[in-house]
Design a protein around this ligand. Structure first.
Ligand code: HEM
Length: 484
């Protein structure tokens, strides 16, 4: 008999103890106390978890320390859970490593009324500032001009695209949230970006899991997990400075960005007892948008460079389509998308194979859920294994091979696939999906219009990856040659 969830374990001095129901999902044998913590390889945990499903089925259980976790695999199972029974799975579990940073504020890891208000507000404000409108499109295209000028300076010589791509992509969410971008020469901002990466790597490693499983002990012990707390504190100081700057010249009738709109919302709801808008929540929502909106799209683009250099024939086909439809005399726009089916298919395939959020984010059941023949009680942590969907052999013709044909019909037209869910699905699905899809299309198409990518002579393709919440290509250098 063990507590089922992190919430049981941490939030109460007298944890609720469950007896495992007879029809609880099966899973691998777990050691006393540590459970399966040391039987999974955290560097390839998404592959491990997908392999377990071959033995234990699409719904199985793992034990991380004292917490039971149910892993969901395959498109049909995840769809049934996150969409059909979405309301029962719309909460997030408490993760001490994150809780120690955000104190259960913000949008990514909150629940209930607070989460609903913050999510709705974030979606509305992103829409207001132009997700899907020309103004934002122009911001992305202008950012690409800065980026391409910088990259062209390498004159086709090898360079590492990591930080510069992060900076450029991050500038889009910074424009929406802070109202301004950061120069690539800003050493402070570059340091912040690389600290992010470091933190995500540690959070996704065994250290993150140990911290979440044994928070009381881990808070006291030295180790990389302590770096995570230090990094986020520094990031929060940076965000608070941005908020304070906004407060100085905020004008409610002329909102410049997300922070200004949020300040207006605080003012508007200050007498509303059900209102959840205050400066603390603003700081944590800003943190969530900044983190989620920077690393993800930029990592996808870096996978794009890797795949294009590995498959030059696919790269040439994309370039030929862009040359035919857009040419070289103007920049791409979102209106071009429907005329670029092959390019669109390649972007989708980069996302499928790149699989950058391989285990989605954890959910928790807020009431008993029945999945097939299994019963999962309230309060159990759920991992939707998106890798099992991205590589599902029942859904994709060649699941492990880069193949834009997955998104094209016999006539060569782009074909949407229901099982393409890199942004997850249901109530908690990525709220930045529209923004990300716009950024990916405009940046990728602009890159292919302007440069050809190849690995430096004699260097093997960097297909290996690092796992740390996101799955990112190992650090690599690449040559970007101007096409004109
Ligand atoms: C959540 C993927 C870009 C903001 C998520 C989730 C995934 C995801 C898988 C978890 C959904 C779940 O729990 O079921 C991606 C991918 C991106 C991307 C693949 C880019 C290629 C962005 C951007 C933003 C963003 C640009 C910025 C606005 C968020 C937020 C959440 C989230 C705030 C939490 C939503 C909630 O808990 O209600 N994303 N994302 N994401 N994403 Fe994204």
């Amino acid at each position: 008999v063990v507590p089922f969830t992190a919430r049981d374990q941490i939030s109460s001095n007298f944890p609720r103890l469950y007896k495992q129901p007879a029809n609880f999902p099966p899973g691998p044998w777990a050691l006393p106390f540590v459970g399966n913590l040391f039987t999974v390889n955290f560097k390839k945990i998404h592959i491990n978890l997908t392999q377990f499903s071959e033995k234990y089925g699409d719904v199985y259980t793992l034990r991380m320390g004292q917490t039971r976790i149910v892993v969901l695999n395959g498109y049909q199972t995840i769809k049934e859970a996150l969409i059909t029974q979405g309301e029962s799975l719309s909460d997030r579990p408490i993760q001490p490593m994150i809780e120690d940073v955000n104190h259960n504020l913000g949008v990514i890891s909150t629940n209930g009324h607070l989460w609903k208000q913050q999510r709705r507000f974030a979606i509305q404000t992103l829409k207001y500032f132009g997700v899907g409108k020309r103004s934002l499109e122009s911001a992305v295209l202008d950012e690409f001009k800065f980026l391409s000028t910088h990259i062209a300076e390498y004159k086709g010589k090898p360079f590492n695209p990591h930080l510069i791509t992060n900076n450029a992509v991050s500038n889009i969410i910074c424009t929406l949230v802070f109202g301004h971008r950061f120069e690539y020469s800003n050493a402070k901002f570059q340091k912040l970006m690389s600290m992010f990466d470091q933190s995500l790597q540690i959070q996704g490693s065994i250290w993150g899991q140990l911290y979440n499983s044994f928070p009381v002990v881990m808070r006291l012990l030295p180790g990389p997990h302590q770096t995570v707390q230090k990094i986020w504190k520094e990031v929060i100081v940076f965000l608070r400075t941005e908020i304070e700057e906004h407060m100085k010249d905020w004008n409610s009738s002329d909102p410049r960005d997300y922070i200004d709109c949020y300040l207006s919302e605080i003012e508007k709801t200050k007498d509303d007892i059900s209102g959840t808008f205050d400066v603390e929540n603003l700081a944590m929502c800003t943190l969530d948008l900044f983190v989620a909106g920077s690393e993800t799209t930029s990592t996808t683009l870096r996978w794009g460079f890797v795949y294009m250099s590995k498959y030059p024939e696919i790269q040439e086909k994309v370039q030929a389509e862009i040359d035919r439809v857009i040419g070289q005399s103007r920049q791409p726009t979102m209106a071009d998308r429907s005329n670029l089916p092959y390019t669109d298919a390649v972007i989708h395939e980069v996302q499928r194979m790149g699989n950058i959020v391989p285990l989605s984010l954890p959910h928790i059941t807020n009431k008993e859920v029945r999945l097939g023949r299994y019963v999962i009680p309230e309060g159990v942590t759920i991992i939707p294994n998106l890798t099992s969907v991205m590589l599902d052999k029942n859904e994709w013709k060649t699941p492990n091979t880069f193949n834009p044909g997955h998104f094209l019909n016999e006539k060569g037209h782009f074909e949407k696939r229901a099982s393409f869910i890199p942004f997850s699905a249901g109530k908690r699905a990525c709220l930045g999906e529209n923004l990300a899809r716009m950024e990916l299309f405009l940046f990728f198409t602009s890159f292919m219009q302007t440069f050809s990518f190849a690995m430096p002579p004699g260097v093997k393709h960097a297909m290996d990856y690092n796992f740390g919440i996101t799955l990112s290509p190992v650090s690599y250098e690449i040559c970007a040659t101007l096409r004109q």
